[in-house]
Each structure stands twice: as C-alpha cells, then as structure tokens.
Design a binder for this molecule. Sequence first.
Ligand code: MG
Length: 159
Amino acid sequence: MRIRIGQGYDIHRLVEGRKLRLGGYTLPEQTRGLLGHSDADVLLHALIDALLGALALGDIGQWFSDRDPQWKDADSALLLKTVLEAPQLQAWKLLNLDATIIAQEPRLQAHIPAIRQSLADLLRCDCTQVSVKAKTNEGLDAVGTGQAIAVQVVLLVGH
Ligand code: MG
C-alpha cells in the first residue's frame, strides 16, 4: 500500500453576526461566527489543505480564490466535495485524520460528537477514522483572547 501524509492549518477571525461553522456543522445558539469570503469553516479549510498537501496538489487558495465571487459565502462542504471529486484524488482513500481546534470560546467539548459525525458524513468514512480534539490557548494571543479560532489537521491517505 502507498501512503501519503498531509497537514493543514487555518485561522479565521471571530466576529458578531455570523454563523459558527466547524467541520460542516453549524453550532447552535452562537452570536459570533467566523469571518471569511466563504462560510469561513476553519476546520474544513485546514482539512482541504491537508488533503491537497498529502498529494502535493497546492493549497486551498489556488483551488478556490477568495477573489472569485463564485465562492462568496460558499458552503465549505462544497469546496471539500469539489476536491474529493477531483480526478487526482480518485485512487486514494482517507485512512484517518486527526484535527485540533484551538478556541478560547465557545467551549466545544459538547459539540465534538456532532462535528466528528459531520466530517465522517462529508468524507464518507467511519467516525472511528476521524479524531477531533479541542483546546484553548490558555488566554494567550488572538486565539486565546477569543478573537479567532485556529485549526490544525493531520491525515493519512492510502491506496
Ligand atoms: Mg480559511
């Protein structure tokens, strides 16, 4: 079996009046969400970069320009679907992914099962292949003061 590893990172600013989307899941009852050209789903963006990185296919900005009106307020699940359906990915299967969401607020622990399930649904894999961890930044920097949420993703693909 051939195996490739990929890693992705993203960060988006938290602002009033936006939906908070993480891994294709909309967190209920949030007054603040992430700012971006698309729906700013920071977890899906890091995941897309990890997938593209695993196969040395560039990065999300090259695939989906933030100046392209087509992607204005786009559902990032559609971006992921576009990547998953690309010819270059057809031979490969996701083996596992491990994501870390770094957010001072909101508290994410209660939402982790729903986020994992959403990712598994989008990736058409089993929940056991999808790890999502959440941590704060101990009050330090822009993430730690609640101004942004960052995500790191590592994954393996194989065939
Ligand atoms: Mg992004």
